[in-house]
Design a protein around this ligand. Structure first.
Ligand code: 5RP
Length: 233
């Protein structure tokens, strides 16, 4: 199977397995999660899903929900009351404990807020995302306010990382996130403990959020190249 077909298969499979009418649903970002969003939209249009209240995690997922007529809310909406039944999202890396690196699409801040407000969390990936150690190959995104860019980069380098300010494509200069911040991508030189670092990196003044997701144990839907689906709990 082509990678795009695997992404579609796994996104749809998660919706079929987990989404029920009446749910308050977090909807993720990226080229895999978008298939889950589209499938929710299609099922609503077919009348097979009713009374879904969706909270998107980015401009990308907001626009996709609008296209499909998926009813949109945010965590502060009275109908949502700050808690969701389920969130489905993608990931850049998943380790054997189901800890993740996220934020390849720059949406880590709202993705984490939405995930951590969810009773159940599902991650949809193709098998290329499985790793033994996080943030050695795919870099860990750290969202930072502009004024703190240089001190935060220096502090991250002193933790033994290589740092790169993420550059925009088809815009001169850095990526600006959905929340108006910059992203520093960092790579560790050897295995690290993501549970400790998730908290430690956020202690640096000016860091808004980082892409380690270790406080949840998601159900991971893995699409294999041979077309098989594995669910890892
Ligand atoms: C966006 C994300 C995405 O979920 C992550 O980058 C995976 O995206 P894709 O499914 O396109 O590989 O964290 O911030």
């Amino acid at each position: 199977m082509e990678q795009q077909e695997i992404k579609e298969m796994v996104g749809k499979a998660a919706v079929e397995a987990l989404v029920r009418s009446g749910m308050k649903l977090g909807l993720g970002t990226g080229s895999t999660a978008i298939h889950a969003v589209r499938h929710v939209g299609a099922l609503i249009q077919q009348g097979k899903l009713k009374d879904i209240l969706a909270v998107p995690t980015s401009f990308q997922s907001t626009i996709e929900c609008e296209k499909w007529g998926i009813p949109l809310y945010n965590l502060n909406s009275r109908e949502i009351g700050g808690r969701l039944d389920l969130t489905i999202d993608g990931a850049d890396e998943v380790d054997p404990d189901n800890y993740c690196v996220k934020g390849g699409g720059g949406a880590l801040l709202l993705e984490k807020i939405v995930a951590y407000a969810s009773a159940a969390y599902c991650v949809v990936v193709d098998e290329s995302k499985l790793v033994n150690n996080l943030a050695l190959t795919f870099p860990l995104p750290v969202e930072v306010i502009n004024e703190a860019r240089v001190p935060v980069m220096k502090a991250l380098e002193s933790l033994g990382t290589e740092t790169v300010l993420r550059e925009a494509v088809r815009k001169a200069g850095p990526v600006i996130t959905d929340h108006g911040n910059f992203i520093i991508d960092i790579r560790f030189r050897g295995p690290v403990d993501p549970r400790t670092l998730e908290g430690e990196i956020n202690q640096l003044p000016g860091v808004v959020e980082n892409g380690f997701f270790t406080r949840l144990r998601p159900e991971v839907f893995i699409g294999r190249a041979d077309g098989k689906l594995e669910v890892r709990r």
